[in-house]
Every structure is written in C-alpha cells, then in structure tokens.
Ligand binder design. Structure first.
Ligand code: SF4
Length: 171
C-alpha cells in the first residue's frame, strides 16, 4: 500500500474501533480527549507567549517539512470526536500532508502532539527557566494521557498513524 492507501485504511479502522467501544470506555475516552486538547493548548500558549510566531515566520516552518509521521492515532481520534475532518495529501511532499502552503491548518489543541511538543533551538533560547519547567510538566502529562488512552482502547495510540496502519495491514 502507498501512503494514501495506508491513510485510508488506518483512518477507517480507527473509526470502526471507536464505534465498538463500550459506553463506559467511550465516556472515559471522551474525557481523555478533553484533557489531551487542554494540555496541548496550555503548551502552545506558553510557546506563543514568547512570540514564537515571529520565529516560525522567519524560518518559514522548516520543521513542518516531511511531516507525514507527525499525526498519531490519538490525534486523529481526538479530531474525529470533535467532528473535524483530517485531510491528508501525500502528493505535496516535502510540504506536510496535513498542512497547506500557508502553514498548519489545525488549531493547537487539535494539532498532532509531536508538532505541539517540538521546540526548536531558536524558540528554546527564548524560553525562561520557569517556562521550560512548565513545558516539561505538560509534556509529561501529555505522554501520560497517551498511555492512559492506549490502555482504554487496547492499542498503542501514540504510534504514528501511518506506521500503525502499516502494522495492522500486515496482520
Ligand atoms: S500537522 Fe501542522 S504543525 Fe504538524 S508538521 Fe504538519 S503543518 Fe506542521
């Protein structure tokens, strides 16, 4: 399968899996989605506070190039739960398949966690010690959220969606 086929296969399988969750598990997962979004928003707000936007504007989003493995299964499911479609176009390489020529189309709380957590050297230099400590704590919380969600679903939802799909397509 090529990337587009893996994407279609993986997203269809995740959507079907979500449908099979029992009422209690679905409710707990829905709480995890809210937490996942909230942590990402808090992380992004700290980075935005040091005017990361101007750094990103100057470098023209080099960290977003070749981003096909950025989105994990939980990122996708969280967007699905919000009713927000995730479009992927793997023909626009090296641009990110989930972005556009004008940058990322996803709001921070519903952006892949890998993208939210990535802090480049330029931005890192601008962070205060206190901000660094806060970001480290939020990263820990985000990883715990991914782990707890994986237990609920019975799948490693922190794995890049395309890799997860590839693994499942072979089993
Ligand atoms: S999803 Fe958005 S932030 Fe992440 S690499 Fe793609 S364009 Fe960049």
């Amino acid at each position: 399968m090529d990337d587009q086929q893996l994407w279609s296969f993986g997203t269809a399988r995740l959507a079907a899996m979500r449908e099979t969750l029992s009422g209690k598990a679905a409710e707990l997962l829905s709480r995890q989605f809210k937490l996942y979004r909230q942590i990402k928003e808090e992380h992004a707000a700290i980075v935005a506070d040091i005017d990361a936007a101007s750094v990103c504007r100057d470098c023209k989003g080099q960290c977003c190039l070749n981003g096909k493995y950025r989105i994990n299964s939980l990122d996708y499911l969280a967007r699905l739960a919000e009713g927000i479609p995730t479009v992927a176009d793997f023909t626009c390489k090296p641009l990110c398949p989930y972005g556009s020529e004008n940058g990322c189309t996803m709001e921070p709380g519903l952006r892949p966690s890998d993208c939210v957590l990535f802090v480049c050297d330029e931005i890192d230099r601008k962070l205060s010690p206190q901000a660094r400590t806060s970001l480290a704590g939020l990263e820990q919380n985000l990883r715990e959220c991914i782990q707890d969600s994986s237990h609920l679903i019975g799948e490693e939802v922190g794995v890049p969606l395309l890799l997860w799909a590839e693994r499942n397509s072979l089993s």
